[in-house]
Ligand binder design. Sequence first.
Ligand code: NAD
Length: 254
Amino acid sequence: MHIKDQVALVTGGGSGLGEATARHLAAQGAKVVIVDFNIERAEEVASEIGALAVKTDVSDEAAVCAAFDAAAKRFGSAPRIVINCAGIGMAARIVGREGKLSFDVFERTLKVNLFGTYNVMSHGARRMAELDALDTQERGVIINTASVAFEDGQLGQAAYAASKGAIASMCLPAAREFAQSGIRVMAIAPGLFHTPMMEGLPEEIAQKITANIPFPPRLGTPHEYALLAEQIITNTFLNGTTIRLDGAVRLPPR
Ligand code: NAD
């Protein structure tokens, strides 16, 4: 699918990977809708790239539905491109010090990362299916964001890895289900990227992390994520799989 003039909805578009993707798609002529809980950041980015910003908690299904309504109202069409970047990365042991259990972390992480992605994918696919097919027979493309933790989750990442594993696992059944409507579903599993999520780490830990990345021996840039999103959008034969984007990193146990 060509990007120019398509409506593209990007969750988490106020920061990090989502922000870079929103900027990249806008630069290619897409009409971008930034869906983010942090409306100040979303509006800042949106005003720079001529996008629409909508304050939405992706874990709230009604709010997600309203965000798609706002997108259609502003741009006159449902998005053909939906990219899920909103996510949180809470760490906790399953059984913590002195036996403290971490159900709260598990529930919150699954709600935002997994249910949020599922909400956005569901509403996106339903609306895409009503659009006319393009000359490639496509109606739309959905890109969800997993993490390399879907395969090599570290100690303390049980909740995060579970949420990302589920995003990777539902990619194929979703692609199979939506195939009859000409809608593709892909997932990107980023390794370690230079975003605000990572910037909070102490220097010593950041160095330890990059030491594990074979090549290039540095954090990924959000623009590199956006480049893969572009390839997925424009390459119609990519469907139903999760691509690791990670400089060959395999996360150690801790
Ligand atoms: P980030 O914190 O820079 O950006 C995440 C954005 O999502 C923020 O703008 C935040 O406001 C928004 N958000 C969070 N919860 C939300 C909610 N409930 N509803 C709506 N918006 C919400 O993070 P990032 O590093 O850009 O990460 C983006 C995605 O990539 C996440 O899903 C993350 O798990 C995944 N990921 C990141 C890395 C990395 O190294 N940065 C690695 C692997 C996977």
